[in-house]
Design a protein around this ligand. Structure first.
Ligand code: GAR
Length: 208
C-alpha cells in the first residue's frame, strides 16, 4: 500500500471515452499512483463527459467551433488543463492534431493511446489497413506525444492476433480490450517515474 500523493492527470477525449473509463477505473485503486482530476472534450456531446461526471470528476467541453482559430482553441484547452493542476496529460481518443507549441509545453508529460503496433499504421482506419495489408498480428501502443503524429517514443504495447474472418469491427473490439489493459499500466509507469522521455526523444526506463 502506498500513501504517496497521487499524480494529478487530465484526460482529453473526443467521444466514447472508454479508455478514459479504464484510466478512471484503475485510478480508483488505492495503490494506483495517479488520479484523474479533469476530463476535457473538444466535442460537447462526447459520451465520456457524463461518464466522468458520474465519478465526480470535473468534465468540460471546449468545442473548437467556439473559437476563431486553432491557436485560441488550444489556449482555452491549456488554460483548463493548467487550472486543474494536472501534471500528466493523457490523450484518449482526442481526435485533434496538436500544434508544436501545445506539444512542447507538455513534452514528456503527455501520452497517447493509438490502435496499432506503431510505427505500423499511424493515423486513422488502422484496423481496416492492418486487415488489407494481410497482417497476422495487430495491436495497440501507448507513446509519448511529440510533434510528429503518432511518432513519439513508445512506452507500452500489446499485440493482438488477427483471426480468420476478422472484420474491422471484430478486430477493433479485441484491440480495444488490449488498450484498456495497457493504458493504465503506461500511465502508472509514468506517474511512478519508472519511465521518462529523454532530451533526445527516447523513452528511458529507470535503470536502463
Ligand atoms: C481508441 O481506439 C483510441 O486508440 C483511438 O480512438 C479510440 C477512442 O476510443 N485513438 C486514435 O485513433 C488516436 N490516433 P475511446 O473514446 O472509447 O477511448
Amino acid at each position: 500500500m502506498s500513501d504517496k500523493p497521487k499524480v494529478p492527470v487530465a484526460v482529453l477525449i473526443s467521444g466514447r471515452g472508454s479508455n478514459m473509463g479504464a484510466l478512471i477505473a484503475a485510478s480508483l485503486h488505492r495503490d494506483f499512483p495517479a488520479k484523474i482530476v479533469s476530463v476535457i472534450s473538444d466535442k460537447p456531446n462526447a459520451k465520456g463527459l457524463d461518464h466522468a461526471r458520474g465519478f465526480g470528476i470535473e468534465a468540460v467541453a471546449i468545442p473548437r467551433t467556439d473559437y476563431a482559430s486553432k491557436a485560441e482553441h488550444e489556449a482555452a484547452v491549456i488554460a483548463a488543463i493548467d487550472a486543474s493542476g494536472a501534471k500528466i496529460i493523457a490523450l484518449a481518443g482526442y481526435m485533434r492534431l496538436l500544434s508544436g507549441d501545445f506539444v512542447n509545453r507538455y513534452v514528456g508529460r503527455m501520452i497517447n493511446i493509438h490502435p496499432s503496433l506503431l510505427p505500423a499504421f499511424p493515423g486513422l482506419a488502422t484496423h481496416e489497413r492492418a486487415l488489407a495489408a494481410g497482417c497476422r498480428v495487430h495491436g495497440c501502443t501507448v507513446h509519448f506525444v511529440t510533434e510528429g503524429m503518432d511518432e513519439g517514443p513508445i512506452i507500452e504495447q500489446e499485440p493482438v492476433r488477427i483471426e480468420r474472418g476478422d472484420t474491422p469491427d471484430t478486430l477493433a473490439a479485441r484491440v480495444l480490450e488490449a488498450e484498456h489493459r495497457i493504458y493504465p499500466v503506461a500511465l502508472a509507469m509514468l506517474a511512478r517515474g519508472e519511465i521518462r522521455m529523454t532530451s533526445d526523444g527516447r523513452a528511458q526506463y529507470s535503470g536502463s
